[in-house]
Design a protein around this ligand. Sequence first.
Ligand code: UTP
Length: 228
Amino acid sequence: MSKIVLSIGGSLLNPGKPDLPYIRQTCSLLEKLKKLHTIAIVTGGGSSARTYANAIRSLSNNEFIADEAGISSTKQNSYLLIACLKDSAYPKVPDTFEDAAHALLTGKIVVMGGTIPGITTDADASLLAEKINADRVINLSNVDAIYDSDPRKNKNAKKFPRLSFSELVELATSNDQRKAGTHFIFDLLGCKIIARSKIETHFVNGKNLTDVENAINGKKHNGTIVCD
Ligand code: UTP
């Protein structure tokens, strides 16, 4: 049995309101794969995190409070999966990595959100993977792979089927220095954690459930694999 950490972008689960058909399809795949793997999931905050962060910035200009509200949004999205997975899921969202590791011993799928202000769920997924010695991390987003530039803006953007850990950190670092509004697929802290522990990481389009299944099973897919 492999240990898998799945990081699901909030915009997949809740692009404005919860995407119930997508949540149901994803959960039925996860119920099938639970027989083969130990699965831990980290859910992102999506549009509700951004709405609250913007409102809080207008009211108090306090980034710490904005982050705390963002963490609540990530946890609300966790409960969407817990509700849909029913008995296959651990019933509570763990607040810490230790609690998540403990909950995984029940054999259930564990779903968590954010942990502390100042980071994002990309870093949470990487830290959870370190904590539980995961075999691989699978990052589900709206983008089907890592490219050398934004494929929505540049039709000649080159897809990377494979990257080394140092190449991933290099790409995340150069994107981190770009002007505001650009956003690398995985945050720099998360990339550095994956690289320091050499955790194989797969980037796939979360809407392509064939690719999601192949990535979870460690098979070839149309996304990017980061490994040594
Ligand atoms: P996300 O991880 O969804 O951030 O957490 P994001 O950068 O908006 O992700 P994408 O763009 O959907 O991929 C939502 C917000 O919750 C707070 C941060 O403010 C983050 O932007 N957060 C999340 C924390 O402060 N700590 C955490 O551990 C997780």
